[in-house]
Design a protein around this ligand. Structure first.
Ligand SMILES: Cc1cc2nc3c(=O)[nH]c(=O)nc-3n(C[C@H](O)[C@H](O)[C@H](O)COP(=O)(O)OP(=O)(O)OC[C@H]3O[C@@H](n4cnc5c(N)ncnc54)[C@H](O)[C@@H]3O)c2cc1C
Ligand SMILES: N[C@@H](Cc1ccccc1)C(=O)O
Length: 535
């Protein structure tokens, strides 16, 4: 897939495509060539592609006329309908839930959910407060941001790492949290000290020339804020107890520099690599007002009349010359006849839908296993984390069962605010999922009080918790695809089976990201369109 290039203008992209240096449309033309499309048709389609509006570096070239039924109105299903719609297809989206978006779920005041185990909740959040229960952050390189641009969904920075957020490892004996900046100063400082001293004593004589060693030591002195004797002695990077201000107030440095042994015993260093990850490095972004602005905009662009909600598909039949999809809506059974189908439900759900697509499809679907994650939104009457702790956005990392605590990246300095009190996975998520919403709140608040103090309890206004394994028609946060999506086992899903195509983040290398859902949808519609144009 062509990765969007930040800051690169359309003309530069078009130029690179022309000279064959990028994927995107250029790669698609190559594919069409391989499919035996006539060069003149290719040229016409290329011209049209360049005149058509950009869509995350993607536009189907040429018009196709066929009827396509899309099962599932999550990002993959909606993106399929959106892209096919632009190319002239007649699409119908069948979505089992009462809203589109699938795992892209934003909870606001008045929203209700009923879990598979019967747990019912209604959010009591005040106006303007929201919780992204599923996706919440977007790296710059993901195609999701291109769709935001094309669909007119405004975005703002999502703070994924914050030097002033906390780290709290209770199992390592920490009794109070440590700021990221302090933890980093100490860990980088001691690591630099030991490497600098070892280098100075000749430990790297085999690996490095004398000049290289001098350069390394220079780097380490700066990186770890080392003294002349290559010792780590702390400094302003750790933070202050009294911050610098007017003349007479130079600031009081945070005292009590812990020993190297104590620093490593806290285990704080384990969180630093998170921000090095390709998909988690700052800057990150979020749609203004909630992540569901994306499916809302997609649904509007597709046309609400093409999207049927509350329509649960119960059977998919490939007839050879077409596809019949059976669904229930409002207690009645209906069918849709189409030329093609794109099945864009999660694999664990699709595996339960009767079909005649063969045992290869079924065993591939069953090999992919659902994974667990959960979140709780805690609305507070005041933004005490900004007022008292000076934390504006970002994530506090813990080894408690709440795992990650998120400060909101919107509404700064406002009156109220909404924290994510836990974002946890696997057993931790399931253990919260087994509790009632009130018990979840109690347990999450007790964990937060250990880090932030009593205001975590006393300022609380209301909460709403979401457990993805208990969510009807989804039953998973994301999926484990053993051996990766290109294993031969998944061939019947990566290629069309008869007239049925498959799409979803689980058929990508970025499972658990909307980018994967978009990318797989684009792959499916490209293949479908090429087939229609070639027929
Ligand atoms: C907790 C959490 C955090 C995440 N964080 C991020 C993040 O920060 N950034 C990011 O980009 N992504 C994130 N993701 C991943 C993102 O949500 C998914 O990658 C994406 O939404 C998947 O889209 P999809 O269309 O493939 O699948 P889904 O969203 O699962 O859509 C499938 C659709 O099929 C419907 N369906 C199921 N059965 C039927 C049926 N029988 N008939 C009709 N319809 C049916 C479902 O109701 C659903 O709407 C997160 C997900 C979770 C759960
Ligand atoms: N994309 C999800 C799930 C995920 C978590 C951590 C790493 C990779 C993926 C998120 O960012 O929250």
């Amino acid at each position: 897939m062509a990765q969007p290039q930040a800051g690169s203008g359309t003309s530069r992209r078009a130029f690179l495509r022309n000279v064959g240096l990028t994927g995107g449309a250029g790669a698609m033309f190559a594919t069409m060539g391989a499919l035996g499309l006539a060069p003149t048709a290719q040229a016409a389609q290329r011209e049209q592609a360049f005149r058509a509006p950009q869509s995350g570096d993607f536009t189907l070239s040429g018009r196709g006329a066929a009827k396509v039924v899309i099962v599932g109105g999550g990002i993959a299903g909606l993106a399929s309908a959106y892209e096919l719609g632009k190319a002239g297809y007649d699409c119908t989206v069948l979505e089992a839930r009462d809203r589109t978006g699938g795992r892209n779920l934003t909870v606001r005041g008045g929203d209700s959910t009923t879990d598979l185990n019967g747990t019912k909740q209604t959010a009591r959040f005040s106006d303007g407060q929201y919780m992204n229960a599923g996706p919440a952050r977007l790296p710059q390189w993901m195609v999701t941001l291109d769709y935001c641009r094309e669909l007119g969904v405004p975005v703002e920075v999502f703070t994924n790492t914050n030097a002033d957020a906390y780290i709290f490892n209770e199992s390592a004996g920490m009794t109070k949290p440590m700021r990221y900046r302090t933890a980093k100063a100490d860990v980088y400082g001691y690591v630099s000290e030991f490497l600098a001293k070892a280098t100075d004593k000749g430990a790297l004589d085999q690996q490095l020339t004398t000049a290289d060693q001098e350069r390394l030591i220079e780097f380490l002195k700066d990186f770890g804020e080392l003294g002349d004797k290559l010792g780590y002695e702390g400094g302003s990077r750790r933070g202050y107890t009294t911050v610098p201000a007017a003349a007479g107030t130079p600031g009081v440095l945070l005292g009590d520099i812990p020993s190297a042994s104590d620093v490593f015993a806290t285990g704080v260093g384990r969180y630093f690599s998170f921000e090095f990850e390709f998909d988690q490095a700052m800057l990150m972004f979020q749609p203004v007002g909630g992540m569901d602005e994306i499916p809302k905009a997609l649904t509007e662009a597709i046309g609400a009349h093409r999207v049927r909600t509350g329509a649960a598909v119960t059977k998919i039949t490939d007839r050879g010359d077409g596809v019949t999809v059976t669904y229930t809506q409002g207690g009645r059974t209906h069918t849709v006849e189409a030329d093609f189908c794109i099945a864009a439900t999660p694999p664990n759900i699709l595996a339960k839908v009767p079909h005649n697509l063969g045992s290869g499809v079924q065993s591939a679907l069953e090999a992919i296993t659902p994974q667990s994650a959960a979140k709780i939104g805690l609305e507070y009457k005041s933004r005490w984390w900004e007022l008292d702790h000076k934390i504006y956005g970002g994530i506090t990392e813990t080894d408690l069962d709440v795992s990650h605590i998120w400060h909101p990246s919107y509404g700064y300095n406002g009156e109220r605010g909404l924290m994510i009190g836990y974002y946890n996975y696997d057993e931790d998520a399931d253990s919260y999922g087994a509790l009632s919403p009130k018990e979840r709140e109690k347990r999450a608040v007790a964990a937060g009080v250990k880090i932030y103090g009593e205001k975590y309890r006393t300022e609380l206004a209301s909460s709403f918790s979401h457990h993805w394994r208990q969510t009807p028609y989804l039953e998973a946060a994301w999926h484990d695809t053993p051996d990766g999506p290109d294993h031969s086992r998944y061939k019947p899903l990566n290629e069309p089976t008869g007239r049925v195509y498959f799409a979803g983040d689980w058929l990508s290398y970025t499972d658990a990201w909307q980018h994967g859902a978009f990318a797989s949808a684009r792959k499916a519609v490209t293949a479908l369109h090429a087939r229609v144009l070639a027929s």
